[in-house]
Write a protein that binds this ligand. Structure first.
Ligand SMILES: C[S@@+](CC[C@H](N)C(=O)[O-])C[C@H]1O[C@@H](n2cnc3c(N)ncnc32)[C@H](O)[C@@H]1O
Length: 334
């Protein structure tokens, strides 16, 4: 009997019908369309220009999952299913919508075998170019990715600000700083500190708006450029928040080398990430591989990555239940 339970459990974990049904439901906005009294399958099929019989099969499975329920005339969204509505403000639609950056990127898991065989990202194999090139080409993917990035840190930023002694630095460069929400929070808590954010367009433009909204125009600079190019020079700290795990070793070396060549001799490189073996979830670790050819490196791997650049790991701080801060100093600054 135990074996049968195991088999069932494995089948449930491996089945693709449920994850795909949820993703297609979000992409067709079914939870939004079926709020309130709901709709009949035929009405909905006409509205969406989809096949009614197939739509009924999808709704049937969504009913099994508790996302919708049957009514006398069709289906309506349940309270549970309302979590999948666009305005639920829980980040789920950007993660699941097949034409949002996150939802689209997860579909690269179909090519996981390629990543395992080669150690490389699956995303370019599926979509013909890498994730960042797609974001540059399709503004709606960039918008949804930036939204996802801001959302993921909503609850963690206070811990990031409180969990480390940022007051030691008078100037920080946030390398690949996204829309600037982390740097804005650090600077707001430390009124004498200055910040310089480096990001690709159009996210860099949004970072300027974030800083203005926090009355930080006087203490911030934003440079719209690549972190593979020279970085603003002379700062005491170069911050990399969820950057290195997006890249294979070759690219991670290039980023670190830009930080070190720009840093003040007593400067620090601060890496905030889910460190492998400490704070990284195995599922997320695989996602980094499939999407970017990256991974959640372990402490020893970070040391090995940093060492050729003259960087020595000084401290490891637990910041949140998901992320650590690794502080590297330059070997010359002993
Ligand atoms: C995972 S996000 C993290 C963003 C931000 N540090 C945060 O924690 O919210 C990675 C960021 O790296 C940026 N990025 C990717 N390639 C870049 C490049 N070549 N130069 C500068 N930024 C880049 C992306 O635009 C994205 O905002």
């Amino acid at each position: 009997m135990g074996r049968k339970d195991d088999t069932d459990s494995i089948r449930r974990k491996a089945g693709l019908a449920t994850p795909m049904a949820l993703r297609v439901a979000v992409t067709l906005e079914l939870p939004d369309r079926l709020l309130g009294d709901g709709a009949s399958v035929d009405e909905l099929a006409v509205e969406l220009t989809v096949a009614p019989v197939a739509l009924e099969l999808l709704l049937g499975h969504l009913a099994t999952l508790g996302v919708v329920e049957r009514t006398a005339t069709g289906y309506r969204t349940t309270e549970y299913g309302a979590n999948l509505c666009a305005d639920a403000n829980n980040g789920l639609t950007d993660l699941l919508h097949l034409d949002a950056a996150g939802g689209r990127a997860e579909m690269a898991f179909i090519e996981l075998a390629h990543s395992i065989a080669t150690g490389q990202a699956a995303y370019p194999r599926r979509y013909g170019q890498d994730f960042w090139a797609d974001l540059a080409e399709y503004p709606h993917l960039r918008e949804s990715f930036d939204r996802q990035m801001v959302h993921r840190f909503r609850e963690q930023i206070p811990q990031i600000v409180a969990g480390f002694d940022w007051s030691r630095f008078s100037a920080i460069v946030d390398v690949g700083g996204g829309q600037g929400s982390v740097l804005a929070a650090i600077l707001t808590a430390h009124p004498r500190m200055h910040g310089h954010l480096v990001e690709l367009k159009p996210t860099a433009t949004q970072a300027r708006c974030t800083f203005s909204a926090h009355n930080l125009d006087e203490r911030t600079h934003v440079t719209a450029s690549s972190f593979f190019d020279p970085l603003p020079a002379g700062a005491e700290a170069y911050l990399l928040v969820d950057i290195l795990h997006d890249w294979d070793d070759e690219h991670a070396h290039r980023i670190l080398s830009r930080c070190v060549e720009a840093a003040h001799p007593a400067g620090r490189v601060l890496v905030i990430e889910p460190v492998g073996g400490l704070r990284a979830a195995s599922e997320f670790n695989l996602a980094m591989l499939v999407m970017y050819g990256g991974r959640e490196r372990q402490i020893a791997e970070f040391r090995a990555l940093a060492s050729p650049h003259g960087l020595v790991l000084d401290t490891v701080t637990d910041l949140t239940d998901q992320r650590c801060l690794l502080e590297f100093k330059l070997a010359a600054d002993q």
